[in-house]
Unconditional design. Sequence first.
Length: 177
Amino acid sequence: MKNNVKKINLPLSEEEIKSLRAGDVVELSGEVYTARDAAHKRFCDALARGEKLPIEVKNAAIYYCGPTPAVNSEVIGSCGPTTSARMDDYTPAMLKAGLKIMIGKGKRSETVNAAVKEYGAVYLVAIGGAGALIKNKVVSNVPVAYEDLGCEAVHKLTFKDLQLLVACDSNGINVLK
């Protein structure tokens, strides 16, 4: 299976995003922001007010994750994916603002699938319950926004070779239906 893995380095160009197909296994390296429900609500409230977001979402990747604190000399604690459907109400606005890659677990709504196609984005899935393994792919962890949210604060993570599955591609094809 290793031969079928596509290596991708963030940020991705429009052509690279379009080349990803539902069902592809990718090995992702680069900077990704974490954000869960509370941060997404704040992002979308700010967008609705015409305010600048605390992170640059244009061409960015967001991992639906609330990492636990690092222990000893670790870069990060457990950082497994959270259920992506909890962000579905916020996703179209985030994609309209320029977000290109979402990483989480589970199915997305038809509205999100349509928005992924409309805005030329991609939804990648990680294995739920694998947070203790995923943390080993994080080489840098910097809190960047909403630290008052605790584990739901926004962090900038740098991943090296995180294996994911393309669940919904920029053509709107979804393997999780």
